[in-house]
Design a protein around this ligand. Structure first.
Ligand code: SAM
Length: 318
């Protein structure tokens, strides 16, 4: 349950797998907690409450909009707290390099409800809005720029790789044709172009026809997977022995990166599988909290449909 210090309002982000995150991270009074995806501070409030007035909270978010939520938490949670605005793929390595150590680190990946539900942020295919999709609103690259300037081959690659979109080639071709006439400005124009580019039966298939392209563009514009790849080793370096790392992912591309990272570090040995004995001598650096990823139950999904695709993986530094 969320402590009283930060009950979300109807429009705020509802923290996903909140009880499970709390259990996996097992924060003790006096600890240093890093919430690398602060958002509306839902998870941070729970973890800060477990510090029981003793310890430190380091919050990170690349979205300047996180500040108002941080200020609200800072006033109510009785711990030392700091917000660092930036990409966790850059900030965590900097903290690690500067010798900052932590007992619990959380990454709750993807976008928040505040980002998805504000039409002007341009993340949603459901409402017509400017094509933006930047988590960090000071970043130069927007979805508009990507759609209007990237070469057709690059668009195909992005839609396939980050969206697993079957009709990537047809959609990219239609985008290039349309932008020669008139550049894209709005999400609605992109949705119409996608719908017109795919075969009619696919328009009525599983989910919204623009869902995969929007996911792909969002991942590419925000370089989400690169940030995750850079963040995980830095998070491990920052953890004290016995410290815990928890990561919630929302699609298979993210989850694959997390799963492989944790598996490699749990195994230790980096020798090729056909070597009869280990010659590398690497020791396991992590121990899984649970073998399989933790998924939300039916009740949580019914209350918060956005939780449906969440997978939580957690590990303890040896
Ligand atoms: C799913 S929300 C987190 C919600 C939060 N756990 C809560 O309970 O309110 C993800 C947040 O992480 C931020 N984010 C995503 N990728 C990031 C990155 N590479 N660096 C920093 N922040 C990032 C987003 O801006 C968003 O606010």
């Amino acid at each position: 349950m969320l402590p009283n210090v930060l009950q979300p309002t109807a429009t705020d982000h509802v923290p996903v797998l909140a009880d499970e995150v709390r259990e996996c991270l097992a924060v003790q009074p006096g600890a240093t907690v890093v919430d690398a995806t602060f958002g509306a501070g839902g998870h941070a409030a729970i973890l800060a409450a477990d510090l029981q007035g003793r310890g430190k909270l380091i919050a990170i978010d690349r979205d300047p909009g996180a500040r108002v939520y941080f200020e609200r938490l800072e006033k109510r949670a009785r711990v030392q707290a700091r917000l660092l605005r930036g990409d966790f793929g850059v900030v965590l390595p900097q903290l690690a390099e500067n010798g900052v150590r932590a007992d619990a680190i959380l990454l709750d990946l993807g976008v928040s409800s505040m980002q998805l539900d504000r039409p002007e942020r341009g993340f949603s295919y459901a409402t017509d809005a400017p094509l933006d999709m930047r988590m960090d609103t000071s970043q130069e690259l927007t979805a508009r720029e990507a759609v209007n300037a990237w070469a057709e081959g690059e668009l195909v690659r992005v839609f396939r790789r980050y969206g697993e979109e079957r009709y990537a080639r047809q959609i990219a071709r239609a985008i290039v044709r349309r932008r020669k006439e008139q550049p894209f400005e709005r999400t609605g124009e992109l949705v119409d172009t996608i719908k017109a580019a795919i075969p009619a039966p696919a328009r009525f298939g599983e989910g919204h026809p623009a869902k995969r392209v929007f996911q792909a563009l969002r991942i590419a514009v925000n370089e989400e997977l690169d940030a995750l790849e850079a963040a995980l080793p830095a998070a491990l370096e920052m953890l004290r022995p016995g410290g815990r790392l928890a990561v919630i992912s929302f699609h298979s591309l993210e989850d694959r990166i997390v799963k492989h990272f944790l598996r490699d570090r749990e195994r230790g040995c980096t020798c090729p599988p056909d070597f009869p004995v280990c010659i590398c001598g690497h020791e396991p650096e992590l121990r899984a909290v649970q073998r399989r990823p933790i998924r939300p139950g039916e009740a949580e999904i019914a209350a918060n449909p956005r939780a449906a695709s969440a997978r939580l993986r957690a590990a303890i530094k040896t």
